[in-house]
Design a protein around this ligand. Structure first.
Ligand SMILES: [Zn+2]
Length: 206
């Protein structure tokens, strides 16, 4: 098999997917900036500085420059910020990552989605989850596997998650439940980072 066929003039999509590895994934500047804002809000300027000091040169460069909201940042840089914050400012048990994801989602939903949230139900928001995903990630999409009353299962397809990406996404789901004032839980029963074939998320509420 060849990546590009001279006969048909087309790329082999299945192969492109393999070539397109984790290192090429991009995360939107708006999300990266929101993460830095959340770290600052939780741990102060000094906390953010600790994360920067303890991170790679690549992270330092991105954290130092004014990243535009529409700019693409390497996904690994966003993921590093989350996991370093958890290690340096938290207990390294992922709790801080989930909390940061929750805060980033709150900024997002209190912005452009505020009116939408007021007018609709969590079901309509979850139907649009893929739109929200694509606002932040260059790769992958959300495929809904089950959507029943008060029960929702979805998969992140075509994306190689960093452990922190999955945990931050759980934080987003916490926010979804909260803004609709629902008592419920969000879990991640199968994860590529835990040896699973898929990244599956599940939500239930009363
Ligand atoms: Zn996962």
């Amino acid at each position: 098999m060849t990546l590009y066929s001279l006969e048909t003039g087309k790329y082999d999509k299945a192969l492109l997917r393999i070539v397109h590895t984790q290192d090429y994934q991009r995360f939107k500047g708006a999300g990266f900036n929101a993460q830095l804002r959340a770290i600052t809000e939780l741990f102060g300027e000094a906390g953010l500085q600790k994360v920067i000091d303890g991170s790679s040169d690549e992270f330092k460069q991105w954290a130092k420059k004014k990243v535009l909201e529409n700019e693409w940042v390497p996904d690994r840089v966003g993921a590093e910020g989350l996991s370093q914050a958890d290690k340096i400012l938290g207990k390294g048990d992922l709790t801080v990552i989930r909390k940061l994801g929750y805060m980033v989602a709150k900024y997002n939903l209190s912005g452009i989605y505020k009116a939408f949230v007021k007018l609709t139900t969590i079901e309509s928001l979850l139907k649009r989850a893929d739109v929200v995903w694509k606002k932040y990630y260059s790769d992958g999409y959300i495929e809904i596997l089950t959507q029943e009353p008060k029960h929702y299962i979805f998969e992140i397809v075509n994306y190689q998650p960093y452990p922190s990406s999955c945990i931050a996404l759980l934080g987003w789901l916490d926010t979804f439940l909260e803004v609709y004032k629902l008592k419920g839980t969000a879990t991640h029963p199968e994860c590529k980072n835990r040896g699973g074939k898929h990244c599956i998320f599940e939500m239930t509420w009363k």
